[in-house]
Design a protein around this ligand. Structure first.
Ligand code: C2E
Ligand code: CA
Ligand code: CA
Length: 573
């Protein structure tokens, strides 16, 4: 027995042919015969080269083995068409189904021919029976096929087309040269929560309600709609002219979804988000088109918008960002992050009072990357915590070396990310680094953002207090860009503020601005806060800042961020 999986089929076949033969055969003989025949049929179904004459020969052999009455053929054909594919696990295989049709056809022909040859008397009846059986068989096969196709292409819950069918549509649309097409992907918001809170039954009803509405929309507009899986729906718009043709569909789809769904007396609010892509046929295949819409959908979620339109440039930026963020930990290990230092100059004496440490990524392929390219990523992934510590230690070590040349107080100012402040153990880490490097705490300044300082809770307060208790200076960076409130500053353990560059930019250009900034500076000073101005680019700006009493300044006018050696040279002269 080469094919044990036909065993069940053979037993059924043997049973059904039992007593149709005039000359009795033993059960074993019958099974051996039928096994051989079944094995050949099964072999033909899966052979590399299909040979339909196998069916013909099986038909002939049945007659030769004296299974020659029309009934034998009828039962054989019935069994073949209802059972064999299932037993061989080929029910879903279109090729196997086609082959089985051809084999049954040939078997009936072979049987009829052999029966004809065998008994002229029985010929007519046999032929008729053969054709009737064949006809029946084909009809059964076709019915199965329709049923099978329906099941394969339709979502059983909502009755919409399923993913398979949608991808077929999409592939067809993408192949229609010279046309454009659009795809709108829709997800429901918080659908899992409905399932969790109210059960799958309610979840299913919500999906059906949404499917119905989208179905109506698609019918009216002539779009194609499908449920891909879960709460993921898609609309295909053919022959579009421009992106608006699809974004309008997205608008309407989202509007129809928001109608609350009534289930068992519950009124469930439903909302969704969409991702839209519109492109020329041939620009992308079906998978790529769907993926573009999925990406746009994620943008909608990230940006808190109803729908977003896919853009190649943004996607490329995302990919580049993703690559950078994946490369970040390795780069940290290889020491690719180094600090540039920008002078902080005291305005009255013109003396170098300190430097701000600014992170740079010396990327082996992309060159030197500024912090705007990677600090945000490092914050998102959490890599900012080890990165920040590494940079802090680098800055402190460098500052210790500089203190040997400094002829007066000198400090290094290091930026702290919000996430670092929220990280437990920051105070201990800073204390350790000061200890290890031997930097006097007063020579370290930490810059925190307005939001970290002012949107803060008692925990942040404790952290800032802990840092000031170490003797480290704390300043609020980019003061004035957020919702700062000068009056609330005094309750925080702070040493000063850094006025955002936009304040400096407007000096001398807007009526009343200088007076306003002067008031801010003197108020801050009355609270005991030192004021540093950022982004000073001209001598005029420096003069005006000195005029309003600002103590320290930073900007291109005084010096660009540079490598540590240049600062060393400046300190020595
Ligand atoms: P920031 O703390 O406000 O740093 C000042 C930025 O302004 C620096 O950009 C500096 O190069 C730039 N700048 C200096 N003088 C002038 C000027 O006269 N005109 C103009 N237009 N710009 C000037 P950079 O180095 O690209 O840093 C950007 C931001 O990245 C920083 O803004 C800071 O928020 C962040 N950052 C830099 N290094 C670190 C770091 O080590 N840790 C953290 N958490 N953030 C950092
Ligand atoms: Ca800063
Ligand atoms: Ca700043």
């Amino acid at each position: 027995m080469t094919r044990p999986e036909v065993g069940g089929f053979v037993r059924a076949w043997a049973t059904s042919l039992h007593a149709t033969r005039f000359v009795p055969m033993t059960r074993d003989e019958r099974r051996t015969l039928l096994y051989g025949l079944a094995d050949r049929l099964a072999g033909a179904l899966v052979a590399a080269e299909f040979d339909p004459t196998v069916g013909y020969r099986v038909g002939v052999e049945l007659v030769r083995a004296e299974y020659a009455v029309p009934e034998c053929l009828g039962r054989t054909v019935a069994l073949l068409t209802t059972r064999l594919l299932d037993d061989l696990d080929l029910a879903g295989d279109g090729t196997a189904r086609d082959r089985l049709g051809a084999l049954v056809d040939a078997l009936a022909t072979g049987f009829a021919r052999a029966a004809h040859d065998a008994t002229l008397d029985a010929q007519e009846a046999t032929r008729l029976a053969a054709w009737a059986a064949r006809d029946r068989a084909m009809r059964t096969l076709r019915a199965h096929e329709v049923e099978f196709r329906r099941a394969a292409l339709q979502d059983p819950l909502t009755g919409l087309a399923n993913r398979l069918r949608f991808m077929d549509w999409l592939a067809d649309a993408a192949a229609r040269d010279g046309t454009r097409l659009g795809l709108c992907r829709i997800d429901l918001d918080g659908f899992q929560a409905i399932n969790d809170a109210l059960g799958y039954g309610v979840g299913d009803r919500v999906l059906c309600a949404v499917a119905d509405r989208l179905g109506v929309l698609a019918d009216e507009g002539g779009y194609l709609v499908a449920r891909l899986d879960g709460d993921r729906f898609a609309l295909l718009v053919l022959d579009t002219g421009a992106a608006e043709d699809v974004t309008k569909v997205a608008d309407r789809a989202l509007a129809t979804i928001v109608e609350p769904v009534r289930v068992d007396g519950n009124v469930l609010p439903v909302t969704g988000v969409a991702g839209v892509v519109e492109l020329a046929a041939g620009e992308a295949d079906a998978e790529e088109t769907l993926r573009a819409a999925e990406i746009a959908l994620r943008w909608s979620r990230a940006d808190g918008r109803g729908w977003s339109l896919f853009e190649q440039e943004r996607s490329a930026r995302d990919v580049a960002r993703y690559r950078l963020s994946a490369a970040l930990p390795g780069a940290l290990g290889r020491g690719e992050f180094r600090l540039a230092y920008q002078p902080l100059v005291s305005l009255d004496a013109g003396r170098l009072a300190g430097v701000e440490a600014l992170a740079r990524w010396h990327h082996p392929e992309l060159g030197v990357l500024g912090p705007d390219r990677f600090i945000g990523l490092a914050e998102d992934t959490g890599a900012i915590v080890p990165l920040g510590i590494t940079l802090l230690e680098q800055a402190c070590r460098q500052a210790v070396a500089w203190l040997r040349y400094a002829r007066g107080p000198f400090y290094v100012s290091v930026n702290l990310a919000v996430r670092q402040i929220r990280q437990p153990g920051l105070v201990a880490n800073v204390a350790e680094i000061l200890d290890r490097t031997g930097l006097p705490p007063a020579a370290l300044q930490l810059e925190i953002t307005e939001s970290a300082a002012l949107g803060a809770d008692t925990e942040t307060f404790q952290v800032l207090r802990g840092l000031t208790d170490l003797g480290v200076r704390i300043v609020v960076d980019d003061f004035g860009t957020g919702y700062s409130n000068l009056a609330s500053l005094h309750i925080w353990p702070l040493h000063g503020i850094k006025l955002a560059g936009t304040f400096v930019e407007h000096l001398g250009t807007q009526a009343g601005h200088d007076a306003f900034l002067g008031a801010v500076v003197s108020f801050a000073q009355r609270l005991g806060l030192a004021v540093t101005a950022e982004g000073v680019e001209t001598a005029e700006q420096a003069r005006r800042l000195r005029g309003i009493g600002c103590e320290t300044a930073q900007g291109w006018y005084f010096g660009y961020p540079v490598g540590p050696d240049q600062i060393t040279r400046q300190l020595r002269t």
